[in-house]
Design a protein around this ligand. Structure first.
Ligand code: KE4
Length: 426
């Protein structure tokens, strides 16, 4: 039997940092990443045979757990028909129809192979549609690794102290204006300072990349009003929140309609997918109909479409999100209670199947507050939980994810482990 350390040592010789996505390297928590050999239901097993209850869910996609029989069956059927065609396939149409049915302002969709491609394409579309160059994003929001969006970004960029990545030309970065989430005045000031120049505002409507932050009442509606006043497009990046906080995403919970929505993660069921969608009047500006070029060799890949279709079918079942949200909240309440019993400054919240925990007394309302937590305590808690067979996202600035595969026994085990971990922190 191999070991995580041996696998990591070998990987680092040929893979940068031993990983293919920076956040997997455990740099924010220290220690050796676990090399996962297999997953099933609510569980991951590493190469040493250790089992973990999975609250990462591949950073969101695995909302029905790993290896769901319905998903595997649909994928196996698709595999038998061919892995990739580079030509249209009916499943792309079927998945797009499902998205349009669930997101009323989405009349047309374009699939990509990642959330990054979806958000990159969305801001290019907004720039092409408006003829303007500037974009507004929010400090701590993460929209993947497109150059224009790696400015004051969240997720690993934030965790590793590179929120504004090296390698992004200053000539490009200057078109990215940065506001503060839940602070409309900072957005209004940018519109006032750059009249007629701003193509779009892109926002995670319920951010999960500076940890989970809840939009203040009226904030998202305020963004909608400012975009309407200044002729800019509003882009909701629902790559993480879409099909996760609710079947209809954050927009269905807040009743604010964006011009463009981006999706990913859950709609691929674990396979590489991203998507952007919106009214035909905007989307039809994309090639081949319009002048905004967009393409991708594996966009709409049939295996990914099959996994996405099967996953959407499962999460569209009556009561799925009621059950998921209730159970996720039960876990979060139990964590809060365990921390309180141990006298540890801790807060936590959940929205649907997405949750956040913070080593500070109050749930943060924005980026600055979210940074004011006891990161050292988070690190110690993370490793204590990992040793107890509970896999949390390896970063204090990431949301965690609940799946329908997580049982009452899994919740009980998680809370027992958390009780011991909090006690050791006190
Ligand atoms: P991808 O390119 O990683 O598929 O999607 C980028 C993206 C876009 N928008 C939002 C709101 C996102 O959360 C993401 C990706 N999320 C991270 C987790 N914080 C993915 C994990 C990783 O980078 O490995």
């Amino acid at each position: 039997m191999s070991s995580n350390a041996a696998e990591f040592e070998r990987a680092q010789r040929v893979l940068v940092g031993g990983v293919n996505s920076a956040v997997r390297a455990f740099r924010a928590v220290g220690g050796t990443p676990r090399f996962i050999a297999r997953a099933q239901g609510a569980y991951l097993w590493d190469v040493e045979g250790r089992r973990y209850i999975d609250y990462l869910g591949s950073w969101g996609p695995m909302i029905v757990g790993h290896g769901h029989p319905d998903v595997l069956a649909r994928v196996e059927r698709a595999v038998a028909d061919g892995l990739s065609f580079g030509a249209p396939n009916r499943m792309e149409t079927e998945l797009a129809e499902r998205i349009c049915a669930l997101y009323p302002q989405v009349e047309k969709v374009r699939f990509t192979s990642s959330g990054t491609e979806a958000t990159m394409s969305a801001i290019r579309l907004a720039r092409g549609h408006t003829g303007r160059d500037a974009i507004i994003k929010f400090e701590g929001c993460y929209h993947g690794t497109g150059d224009s969006l790696l400015v004051k970004a969240g997720s690993g960029a934030l965790a590793f102290g590179t929120p504004s990545s090296a390698g992004v030309p200053a000539d490009l970065a200057r078109h990215t204006l940065v506001a503060q989430f839940n602070d409309l005045d900072t957005v209004a000031a940018l519109f006032a300072a750059h009249p007629g120049a701003i193509a779009c505002v892109i926002v995670e409507p319920m951010p999960g990349n500076m940890n989970l932050i809840r939009p203040a009442p009226g904030f998202l509606a305020g963004l909608r009003a400012l975009c309407d006043e200044h002729g800019a497009l509003l882009i909701f990046d629902e790559v993480m929140s879409g099909f996760r906080v609710a079947l209809g995403g954050a927009q269905s919970l807040v009743g604010v309609v964006p011009d463009i929505s981006t999706f990913g993660k859950v709609i691929g069921g674990g396979m590489p997918v991203g998507a952007l969608g919106g009214p035909a009047a905007i989307m039809d500006r994309l090639a081949p109909l319009g002048a905004v070029y967009q393409a991708g060799t594996l966009s709409g890949n049939p295996i990914a479409m099959a996994a996405g279709l099967a996953t959407l079918e499962l999460i569209s079942a009556d009561g799925f999100f009621d059950r998921l949200g209730t159970r996720c909240e039960r876990l979060v309440t139990g964590l809060r209670d365990a921390a309180a019993r141990a006298g540890v400054a801790y807060s936590a919240q959940s929205i649907g199947g997405m949750a956040g925990m913070y080593f500070r007394a109050e749930v943060p309302g924005g980026f600055t507050a979210a940074q004011q937590q006891d990161v050292e305590r988070f690190r110690r808690f993370f490793h204590a939980m990992l040793e107890a067979g509970v896999y949390l996202p390896p970063s204090p600035v990431e949301a965690f994810f609940f799946s329908s595969a997580i049982s009452d026994e899994d919740i009980a085990h998680t809370l027992e482990a958390a009780g011991a971990a909090f006690a050791a922190l006190a």
